[in-house]
Write a protein that binds this ligand. Structure first.
Ligand SMILES: C[S@@+](CC[C@H](N)C(=O)[O-])C[C@H]1O[C@@H](n2cnc3c(N)ncnc32)[C@H](O)[C@@H]1O
Length: 186
């Protein structure tokens, strides 16, 4: 794995309940999730957002968690069992070259790409794969940490997104991040 990629020990920190003090999943993803939805958590790590999302989608919904590090997903599965939502969560280990989600074309209501695009070897390819999974009225939430990402990297992410036919519909306030809610242009 490249130097860019979040080590597994940081995965434990990111999944800590203390993080809720400044990143409250209810506030950050709650507005975009309803019961029965299909949510894709790209770069889920240990599920800080996936497990609350699984509670929000209810019994008829699904959260698909994709990560390139298997130990992240192993811990996520344990946490999902403990939270009683394991049956709503699918996990997929991917390669760093591809998310491996071509089977999800136009099936996803919300993609969460939280603190992960800057870790990708090829962010443009990653965004292309993500965009293809969106339903026509689906949404993509991108959130990137200001500590790791420059404003020119964000500009590049926005440029690539526009080229893929995505438009920004909201810029939610998420502490210490650049965050954008996107959808497909009509
Ligand atoms: C900083 S963590 C953020 C995790 C989570 N989204 C959160 O906010 O708690 C980034 C995660 O993305 C994963 N990741 C990095 N590059 C990836 C890629 N190309 N494909 C899939 N997962 C990737 C890492 O393994 C890591 O678990």
């Amino acid at each position: 794995l490249s130097d860019h990629i979040c080590p597994v020990w940081v995965g434990y920190l990111l999944a800590s309940p203390l993080r809720k003090l400044f990143h409250n999943p209810q506030k950050i993803i709650g507005p975009y999730i309803r019961e029965g939805m299909t949510v894709l958590d790209a770069g889920s790590a240990m599920g800080f957002f996936s497990i609350p999302a699984a509670k929000m989608v209810g019994e008829r919904g699904t959260v698909i968690c994709v990560d390139c590090q298997e130990p992240m997903l192993a811990s996520l599965k344990k946490r999902a069992r403990k939270a009683g939502v394991a049956s709503r969560i699918q996990t997929r280990v991917c390669s760093t070259e591809s998310l491996g989600v071509s089977d999800l074309a136009e099936q996803v209501d919300l993609v969460m790409a939280i603190a992960m695009i800057h870790e990708a070897i090829d962010p443009a390819r990653l965004l292309g794969e993500i965009a293809q999974t969106l339903k026509s009225d689906g949404r993509l939430l991108i959130s990137e940490p200001k500590s790791h990402v420059t404003s020119s990297q964000i500009d590049e992410t926005l440029r690539v997104s526009r080229a893929l036919g995505l438009i920004v519909v909201n810029e939610p306030m998420v502490k210490r991040t650049y965050s954008f809610l996107m959808k497909r242009a009509a």
